[in-house]
Write a protein that binds this ligand. Sequence first.
Ligand SMILES: Nc1ncnc2c1ncn2[C@@H]1O[C@H](COP(=O)(O)OP(=O)(O)OP(=O)(O)O)[C@@H](O)[C@H]1O
Ligand SMILES: [Mg+2]
Length: 364
Amino acid sequence: MMAATGIRVEGVSKRYTHRVKGEVYAAREVSLEVRTGEFVTLLGPSGCGKTTTLRMIAGFERPDEGRILLGDQDVTGVPANRRNIGFVFQNYALFPHLSIFENVAYGLRVRNEPDTEIRRQVGAVLDLVGLAGYERQFPAQLSGGEQQRVALARAIVIRPRVLLFDEPLSNLDARLRVQMRHEIRDLQQRLAITTVYVTHDQEEAMAVSDRIAVMSEGTIVQEGSAEDLYHRPASEFVARFIGRVNLVAGRVVGFLGEALQVEALGARVRVREAPLGARPGDTLRLVLRPEAIGLSAGSGSVSATVLARTFLGEKIEYLVRCGNETLHVTRHNTGGGAIFAEGQAVALRFPDGDVAVLGPGSEA
Ligand SMILES: Nc1ncnc2c1ncn2[C@@H]1O[C@H](COP(=O)(O)OP(=O)(O)OP(=O)(O)O)[C@@H](O)[C@H]1O
Ligand SMILES: [Mg+2]
């Protein structure tokens, strides 16, 4: 249905002059490739440059350095309204005095498309976003979720080459956010449209994206699938930003073929993707996710004490004390499974499989 293209962001920077701090880079040498039909999310904390990067792709901001390509076309100097891009804003940005029909029709009217064609296309996209029959309503008569669907319809009716979202769900309540993110993903898949999505919500990013680019202080610090980032974070920043994590100090005690053997809290674990040049005696940090740590009653090779537990229905979160470390451990609520009490002595089991590590220089 759409003539989707890929996106290439090549070494793009954007500086602003700050009254106190002087020159600040909102984005610094950002490079990103989005394949045709791919869904890529820019994820990162407030102020890391997500919106700036997205607005440069859209053409609302001009980069100070670098190039932006849509397909084979260099659009760096092309104004936003000539890029054929669909943009969905956080606050919907609907025209309050126009009906839903006219809000969605806007981009087609600007192109002087014939009335019959406009009616057909607006009808089709309203149908697609589940708003058939809303044509004569006005934005103020719609719920937040419905308004965001109108914004989505308005963005896709022009058959954009790429679709850009800036925190589209942050004004919605938690339940609707989850529902809408599935709808956005579903629509994106059905239309096979190249998408860049911005959010600071890691769970949302994991739910919708083919690939996630994690940003910090104006740069992309790591990109990969949700699984990659979760299981193989390259830095403490990424490890902590994507999910909960225990970073446990360990010492290299030897090699097991290609793998390293690392001792931590009295247990030995195998590390396959070892930092380059790691040698026995080196210290590094194990990346232990809360659900990857085994927990059983009584004592074992790694003894610990339950400090606190939080019952969350589908899972139970424990805080346990082990040596000098306080660790997060989660258990699925399997129904009849044991629930450990605060103060109880427990045994921990570290993963038998491969554990990820952070070597020296991964503090950032
Ligand atoms: N027009 C501007 N003038 C000056 N500084 C700006 C401007 N736009 C953005 N900045 C600065 O650039 C940095 C990145 O801003 P940006 O809006 O891209 O962050 P963000 O990742 O989208 O954050 P948030 O999650 O809060 O929306 C911030 O430090 C911001 O203050
Ligand atoms: Mg922003």
